[in-house]
Design a protein around this ligand. Structure first.
Ligand code: ZN
Length: 189
């Protein structure tokens, strides 16, 4: 469902009033429209079609080596505060006959990041979809992110980075494989 910008605008306008602002002042007149459009974009992952992302992105390649894609930018919003969290996602997998185009991997990450999320769930959804769609022998996903809800409010931990990881298949079953992944993405177990 595409969000109805015209219906979100009066909600944002009301929010401005409740916060003690004057939505008629010059700088805020167009803010409800801008916020509505920004929120629609930041949640476009709900409306992304997985089949369309996957389509023609799989290439046959007979390799048993680990494929690593590091530092995929992640921008998401925490579902508890609707504030951004952002950082980097590292993906590793061992193909089982098929590999995935690198740019499509980034789109796949975006598809799940551009929603209201928990970092833990985002990490697990990415690993699960790679496992099921590529048919990999194993996959590891690690996300390192800063959460504005922690940095700007509450405990105000400016430099804390939350690290989450999810491993499936041989990454879960085989310690050496998991360690290879962690070493290649620059983290040790
Ligand atoms: Zn939060």
């Amino acid at each position: 469902m595409v969000p109805d910008i015209a219906r979100i605008e009066p909600l944002v306008r009301q929010l401005l009033i409740e916060l003690g602002e004057d939505p008629e002042r010059e700088g805020l007149v167009k803010t409800p429209e801008r916020v509505a459009k920004a929120l629609a974009f930041l949640t476009h992952g709900y409306r992304t079609d997985l089949k369309e992302v996957i389509n023609q992105a799989l290439f046959t390649q007979d390799t048993g080596s680990m494929v690593i894609v590091k530092d995929i930018e992640v921008y998401s919003m925490c579902e508890h505060h609707m504030l951004p969290f952002f950082g980097r996602c590292h993906v590793g997998y061992i193909p089982d006959g098929k590999v995935f185009g690198v740019s499509k991997l980034a789109r796949l990450v975006d598809m799940y990041a551009r929603r209201l999320q928990l970092q833990e769930r985002l990490t697990e959804q990415i690993s699960a979809v790679i496992m099921s769609e590529i048919g990999a022998r194993g996959v590891g996903v690690m996300i390192e992110a800063k959460h504005l809800c922690m940095m700007m409010r509450g405990v105000e931990k400016q430099n804390s980075v939350m690290v989450t990881s999810s491993v499936l298949g041989v990454f879960r079953d085989n310690l050496a494989t998991r360690e290879e992944f962690l070493t290649l993405v620059g983290r040790h177990a």
